[in-house]
Design a protein. Structure first.
Length: 228
């Protein structure tokens, strides 16, 4: 029922002549901001991560710890989780294909607080999902993944390979380590996209928290590689 309602709502603003995902469009920001709300709705409805992000206390360290710490929450391996992850990949893809630096210099000044919250939801879920996939692969190999999960993993990899982090990712021969690197890379993409000027102080907290989270994930990965 909720999924049908979201699809109907999306069609309402998606087929208007003003519909665009460009925040600089002279026709307004309704479709652009509505997309951010749509992503939050899909994530909360299909893979609710709970109130663990600690955004409201405005402490970057707490936010980073909640994002990057070893997850105790296990995502259900269902079609609903796939839908939520797909929304995150779409959000990541828009940033990468628009140009990360271009987005940070131009788009972030037009983002509402909803977009910033959508970004952290997407970064949290996609990173957690990738780390869960890596854990599964370390136990069962690629054959342990469902067809849909394999496709989502390929889509995420394809997006990151369009960034400056592509060489480091392609050079990694260990499939499990590559996916763990991917989890850190996608957080780094969102961090880089948030480096510009912002209207809201909370966005600075989110940017600092995600930056610290990326550092934690990279440090943990380095320790894991050295221990091999």
């Amino acid at each position: 029922m909720m999924d049908q309602a979201l699809r109907s709502w999306q069609r309402c603003w998606g087929r208007t002549t003003e519909a665009t995902l460009n925040p600089l469009s002279p026709n307004g920001l309704i479709p652009f901001n509505s997309t951010a709300l749509l992503r939050i709705a899909y994530i909360r409805m299909n893979a609710d991560l709970g109130p663990y992000r600690h955004v409201l206390i405005r402490n970057p360290s707490c936010l980073a710890s909640s994002v990057a710490s070893t997850p105790t929450l296990k995502l259900d391996r269902t079609t609903y989780t796939d839908i939520a992850v797909l929304q995150c990949i779409h959000a990541l893809g828009i940033i990468v294909r628009s140009g990360i630096e271009f987005v940070s210099r131009t788009h972030t000044q037009s983002w509402s607080i909803v977009h910033s919250l959508s970004n952290i939801e997407c970064a949290c879920l996609l990173s957690l999902w990738l780390r869960s996939v890596a854990d599964l692969m370390s136990e069962q190999g690629m054959q342990g993944l469902r067809k849909e999960e394999t496709q989502l993993l390929r889509m995420t990899t394809s997006v990151v390979l369009e960034t400056t982090m592509a060489d480091d990712l392609e050079e990694e021969q260990n499939a499990v380590v590559r996916v763990r690197k991917l989890a850190a890379c996608i957080v780094k993409v969102w961090v880089d996209s948030l480096k510009g000027e912002h209207m809201f102080q909370m966005v600075q907290t989110i940017a600092k928290g995600l930056s610290l989270a990326a550092d934690i994930l990279i440090a943990e990965l380095d320790e894991e590689i050295q221990a091999r």
